[in-house]
Design a protein around this ligand. Sequence first.
Ligand code: ZN
Length: 164
Amino acid sequence: MRSLTEQDIRNCFVNCSKGEAKRLTVPRDLGERPWDDLDFLGWRDPGAPDRSYLVTVRDDRPVGVALRFQTARRGFLHRSMCSLCLTTHPGGGVTLMAARKAGVAGREGNSVGLYMCTDLACSLYVRGRKVPESGSRFEETLTVEEQIARTTGNLSAFLDRLYI
Ligand SMILES: [Zn+2]
């Protein structure tokens, strides 16, 4: 994706209020992020441990989604798979995140759930730039380019669900 500025990011959230978008924590190292290797930028909010954010570019426009961690279930030890990049992690490596829907549906309290790598590093797993700790990825028959296309397709389907 192309690189984004803090202002691009604050202006592009589709599922939180302008006030929330203004207050949320944007990473300070935007200039050092590996944008060319990112399908989306994801980060956790250091000031609000149950929150994370995801920003991507769709039809040449930045789109941001605020996510909330669902409370971890006790004894949650089995492995789970990220529904974006299909990487499997044990324990807390995959988290169910909830995204409030866009517009009226969101204000009425509707949300969409997504199982996702807790560190939001899907793009790097797909490209082999990050190796999951004691987790694994399938023996893929797809090329990296095809896996990237699949990840962005999954992300796009998730974004669509915010508007249904
Ligand atoms: Zn992932």
